[in-house]
Write a protein that binds this ligand. Structure first.
Ligand code: ADP
Ligand code: MG
Length: 326
């Protein structure tokens, strides 16, 4: 299974940021409300994700590490979710095939925690008693230690950190209910507290996108039939754009889409020509009205009624802007 796992790892585990993405998604799936991420040397030496989710029962620990073992696909309907969200039961197996992986976990009805070690070459797993509150910690040590070509492909610690940090920003903006922290080489560098109120979310916006954006942006809140747009748009009075603050989520998923960029630029055209405005916008619509690219890394979508969606976004932005400049 080792080779198959390493081949799968090539798709799932490109770099430390993709390991963290998979592990944090597992924590979210397990209902965690707090997720602590720790890395050393850009994640190459250590990635540690600790959550307060449901935990994994002792008897399932080994299973969780084996390929195509997922607890998440219960029916054929879920196949849709597999295609769009990549639930494949491959992440832990893949990561353990290219690192030294330790999984520690405790469920609410266990009195003690258990720890599984997966060692690269044999994929042999041993399970030992451990100390841990309800929830899980996954540690991936020495990423790519046994795949030197991949190891060499890693960029500097700083670049790998930047990838991780940027990914964390995206998820932190979308999951305001979750407390995220990030520790880099022993120092806590991000602490995104849960945002239960809009004011707290604006604070989070300030930590993620910078104070200048958060203090001047316009709130967007608009609903029409089955479309709902909410979030924040940079002020039309700002002298510059915020081209590195462009986040668009469709039904909670970050996507890259020209449609929203076009609508935002068009809305800005009467105020400022040629700037690239910043925004954090969440669009909710009937999932049947949008196709998500089956490639999980591409973040592309296709709206069935793209003109309609575009015009809705444009009008929502224009009305917020005209109110602010009255
Ligand atoms: P998938 O997420 O596609 O099911 P993974 O390989 O990522 O596959 O995880 C395998 C299984 O391990 C999950 O289905 C889940 O049951 C369990 N698991 C992994 N991480 C966690 C976690 N942090 N908390 C609880 N269960 C987890
Ligand atoms: Mg997973």
């Amino acid at each position: 299974p080792q080779l198959a796992n390493q081949i799968a790892a090539g798709e799932v585990v490109e770099r430390p940021a993709s390991v963290i993405k998979e592990l944090v998604e597992n924590s979210l799936d397990a209902g965690a409300t707090r997720i602590d991420i720790e890395i050393e040397k850009g994640g190459a030496k250590l990635i540690r994700i600790r959550d307060n989710g449901s935990g994994i029962p002792k008897e399932d620990l080994c299973l969780a590490l084996s390929r195509h073992a997922t607890s998440k696909v219960k029916s054929l309907d879920d196949l849709e979710a597999i295609l769009s969200f990549g639930f494949r039961g491959e992440a832990l197996a893949s990561i353990s095939s290219v690192s030294r992986l330790i999984l520690t976990s405790r469920t609410a009805d266990q009195t003690e925690a258990w720890q599984a070690h997966a060692e690269g070459s044999e994929m042999a797993v041993k399970v030992l008693p451990a100390a841990h509150p309800v929830g899980s910690t996954v540690e991936a040590v020495d990423l790519f230690f046994n795949t030197p070509a991949r190891r060499r492909f890693l960029k500097s610690d700083k670049t790998e950190f930047t990838h991780i940090d940027e990914w964390l920003k995206r998820i932190a903006l979308a999951r305001r209910d979750i407390h995220f922290t990030l520790k880099n080489n022993g120092k806590t560098v991000r602490n995104y507290r849960p945002a239960n109120t809009e004011a707290q979310y604006v604070q989070r916006l300030g930590s993620v996108c910078g104070k200048a954006f958060a203090e001047t942006c316009l709130r967007i809140e608009c609903e029409h039939n089955d479309l709902k747009l909410s979030g924040y748009l940079q002020s039309p009075n700002a002298a510059d754009g915020y081209s590195d603050t462009q986040y668009f989520y469709v039904n909670g998923r970050l996507v890259k889409d020209r449609l929203v960029n076009h609508a935002v630029r068009q809305a800005f055209a009467q105020f400022a020509e040629g700037i690239s405005p910043g925004y954090v916008l969440m669009l909710e619509l009937d999932p049947h009205q949008v196709d998500v690219n089956v490639h999980p890394a591409k973040h592309e979508v296709r709206f069935h009624q793209s003109r309609y969606v575009h015009d809705f976004i444009l009008q929502a932005l224009q009305s917020a802007m005209s109110q602010s400049t009255q």
